[in-house]
Write a protein that binds this ligand. Structure first.
Ligand code: UD1
Ligand code: MG
Length: 362
């Protein structure tokens, strides 16, 4: 136990060092990449600043591509330093990277070609294929103690249904982040909060466990999530209000897929879904428009009032609008901060819930 502890700590620290280097590399790369995407007319107008000089500025789009490239390089190089590697894990690690890489490709394709909404929705199910095909882990779920008498067993093997669930999780994580958007800093901000919660969760789990395989699973989550957190922080420094770059669907899909993958390989997708509480609420509020019962415009953003400089909620079903109606008009920046606080509260709630229910799975 002592040895694996030391080896894991060493791998995690090296991963942290690589991630720090990745942060600075991304900070350097984004301004360069911005010039290149603008040259190719890949830009967006900052809609919430209509009527101000800022609103008509062309903001470079899809800078998620810079994050994605740095991330992949880090994650690939890191394998050299994983001292506890066993071949089984390495197969899944590389399958995870293939899925993330495929997702970046499809996200960038979407940014360049602007594919229709229905197609957009299913792109992640293709990107998840490498992981689903290579996945050799168990397909069982542990029944919570109070439910065992009703289900009649302690462990339930779901077989292929479990793989279907993994695919759906990838579709949900990617799209739900992509549609909880439209404020400067919100797409990356929510990712940074959730990624930090995932990192903390993994550290707590490793510290509390004595089972080497369980510790390994959570360590692998850390190897994948730490570089994402670091490179995302670099992106946030440019995307924060007032944005000098936009992240693009390249980034939202990349972020969602990475979190889905770590939740799957770390076997804590239920915990992950509680971290995603704001995204679930936003998804439920969006359902009438997503399903086509209510007209869904290309952009569902709040209305900006140039006189007061404040945002007002519209009739579109989004959490952004819900917050504006509940708490009154806000500036774009303070609304984003409020939504990120809510995200942090959801993560805190998840830790509390896990602590309260700990006995259910023992
Ligand atoms: C999703 C949302 C859409 C929302 C958009 C905003 C659904 C079904 N889709 O679409 O309603 O309007 O995200 O990101 O809910 N933009 C800003 N300010 C920002 C961020 C983005 O004005 O802080 C605008 C820019 O013009 C930018 C564009 O949104 O170019 C990017 O939109 P994109 O990510 O392509 O939209 P979707 O993901 O398709
Ligand atoms: Mg988007």
């Amino acid at each position: 136990h002592f040895d694996i502890d030391r080896e894991l700590r060493r791998s995690i620290l090296i991963n942290a060092g690589l991630s720090l280097a990745g942060f600075f590399a991304t900070v350097k790369l984004i301004p360069v990449a911005s010039r290149y995407v603008l040259r190719r007319n890949l830009f967006g107008y900052d809609i919430n600043k209509k009527g101000t000089p800022q609103g008509t500025v062309k903001v470079p789009e899809s800078l998620g591509i810079a994050v994605g490239i740095v991330y992949l390089v880090l994650a690939i190089v890191f394998q050299y330093f994983n001292f506890t590697a066993d071949s089984n894990w390495l197969v899944e690690y590389n399958a995870a990277l293939a899925s993330i890489c495929f997702m970046i490709l499809l996200g960038f394709t979407d940014d360049v070609l602007d594919v229709p909404w229905r197609v957009k929705l299913i792109l992640p199910s293709f990107a998840a294929l490498p992981l689903l095909m290579a996945y050799a882990g168990h397909t069982t779920i542990i029944i919570p103690k109070p439910l065992i008498p009703y289900v009649g067993m302690e462990i339930l093997d779901l077989g292929w249904i479990y793989k279907l669930y993994m695919g759906l999780l990838a579709v949900f994580c990617t799209n739900s982040i992509n549609i909880h958007a439209g404020l400067n800093g919100l797409e990356v901000g929510q990712t940074v909060v959730i990624a930090a919660a995932i990192l903390l969760h993994n550290i707590i789990q490793i510290g509390a466990s004595k089972d080497p395989e369980y510790m390994q699973a959570h360590a692998f989550s850390i190897y994948l999530v730490q570089p994402m957190l670091a490179t995302s922080l670099a992106l946030l420094s440019y995307n924060w209000y007032p944005s000098s770059v936009f992240v693009g669907d390249t980034y939202t899909y990349f972020a969602g897929m990475t979190m889905a993958v770590v939740g799957i390989l770390g076997h804590y997708s239920e915990t992950l879904l509680i971290f995603f509480l704001p995204q679930i609420l936003n998804f439920l509020l969006s359902l009438p428009q997503l399903a086509g019962f209510v007209k869904c415009p290309r952009h569902r953003l709040p209305r900006f009032d140039p006189q007061s400089g404040l945002l007002t909620g519209t009739n579109d079903g989004t959490l952004v609008n819900f917050f504006l109606r509940a708490f009154g008009q806000k500036t774009e920046k303070s609304l984003c901060i409020l939504l990120l606080l809510f995200q942090a509260m959801a993560c805190g709630f998840c830790f509390l819930l896990r602590w309260l229910l700990a006995g259910w799975y023992k």
